[in-house]
Design a protein around this ligand. Structure first.
Ligand SMILES: C[S@@+](CC[C@H](N)C(=O)[O-])C[C@H]1O[C@@H](n2cnc3c(N)ncnc32)[C@H](O)[C@@H]1O
Length: 365
């Protein structure tokens, strides 16, 4: 049987970073393959050379481990020239080969033509869901496995209204959201649109359990490079007392909440006396400098949780992020500190990625 591509969604313009990341991931597992990344398409095709490698990649891939990837699946068929009168029947034929799926996503890419397919995909999802359920191919309750022995999510990716890719991902290892995009509404009173970046980061990068532990009334936070206050706003909304460090002015309404202390200090050198529950940082600075600063806070145990942006105006963005995170890990390991990290090119991020580090405290008996 011939090999079929793995599909990875990314922000248009970041295809080469996405491809570099997948290549590095495959290399780490000794899997030989090649990426096909066309600029500004918003996706990458990755093809392996043999069936065993395909199965291994499928088994190892997990969205949480990937930075520039928003969504992924293993394509099993590509259909072109779909007739407008009946697109369901030809698609159903390939879905039957995949087996019973637990969920279905009818998706499009985040490029100009892809966004134009949004209404079409939404509409098409209803007749396809009905047909799949009728044939017993889509069911939350019926136990079912796809060919690789895992519960699966079915993906239909439309590249045009007569052209689609059909495939699947293991349940829980890809995004349950269409295109992997978490759409958020900007609150009317938020001081800046970048407020949404921290909202998304909190929802995507921090687990439910950790969110409950951190965001409590009266808990403390520091926001480095805070002005005008979009990120501070998100922390205040979650009941926190925030120290905002920036030479620039903070939003007046936000200051009137009395949940914020504004210090006109240098965020590269300032540190609190007492530890805070969370540190956030959106400074426009060299990524290596920000990473060093975050490691300093974590090593000094000034916080257990750090959420920060690494701004990436350079070409080799995947390499830069890997180097910065690698440096941080080295620093923490040198001090025998246990940690967890996750990084993501979030939907609301532009030329930057958002990183979350948690310093794991030793368990107390
Ligand atoms: C992208 S803006 C932050 C936007 C903010 N997160 C928001 O949501 O409104 C970056 C900020 O970092 C501040 N900044 C850069 N370097 C700094 C430093 N060394 N010390 C303090 N603030 C700094 C700038 O003044 C600027 O206000």
């Amino acid at each position: 049987m011939s090999q079929t591509p793995f599909i990875f969604f990314c922000r248009p313009g970041f295809e080469s970073d996405c491809a570099a990341e997948i290549q590095a991931f495959a290399n780490a597992y000794d899997l030989a393959g090649y990426a096909n990344a066309q600029p500004n398409t918003g996706y990458v095709r990755f093809q392996l050379f043999d069936a065993i490698s395909e199965q291994r990649l499928f088994a190892e891939l997990d969205l949480v481990d990937l930075i520039f990837v928003r969504q992924w699946f293993w394509a099993k068929a590509e259909l072109t020239g779909l007739a407008a009168e009946d697109r369901v029947s030809p698609i159903m034929k390939f879905c039957a080969d995949i087996g019973i799926a637990k969920s279905l996503l009818v998706e499009h890419l985040d490029n100009d033509s892809g966004r134009g397919l949004s209404r079409f995909c939404k509409k098409f999802s209803t007749p396809l869901t009905i047909a799949l359920e009728k044939q017993g191919l889509l069911s939350k309750k019926t136990p079912g496995e796809c060919a690789e022995g895992r519960e699966s999510q079915l993906h239909i990716l439309f590249l045009a209204n007569d052209h689609c890719l059909i495939g699947y991902s293991p349940l829980g290892k890809a995004s349950a959201l269409k295109g992997g995009i978490l759409r958020l509404k900007s609150p009317k009173d938020a001081p800046s649109r970048s407020s949404l970046k921290l909202d998304e980061a909190i929802q995507v990068l921090i687990s439910n359990k950790q969110r409950k532990a951190v965001f409590r009334l009266g808990h403390t936070a520091v926001d480095l490079g805070a002005a005008p206050g979009g990120w501070t706003y998100q922390l205040v909304q979650r009941g926190m007392q925030v120290t905002a460090i920036d030479n620039g002015p903070m939003d007046k309404r936000l200051m009137a909440t009395e949940h914020v202390i504004h210090l006109r200090e240098n965020a590269l050198t300032w540190m609190p006396e007492k530890p805070v529950h969370i540190l956030v940082c959106d400074m426009v600075e060299k990524p290596s400098l920000v990473a060093k600063l975050m490691a300093k806070w974590l090593v000094a145990a000034k916080t257990e949780h750090a959420v920060f942006n690494l701004k990436l105006p350079m070409k080799k963005r995947f390499q830069e992020v890997s180097d910065c995170i690698g440096e941080m890990c080295e620093q923490l390991e040198e001090h025998e500190i246990n940690y967890y990290w996750q990084a993501k090119h979030l939907y609301h991020d532009r030329e930057e990625v958002t990183v979350y580090f948690r310093r794991k405290m030793p368990r107390q008996n």
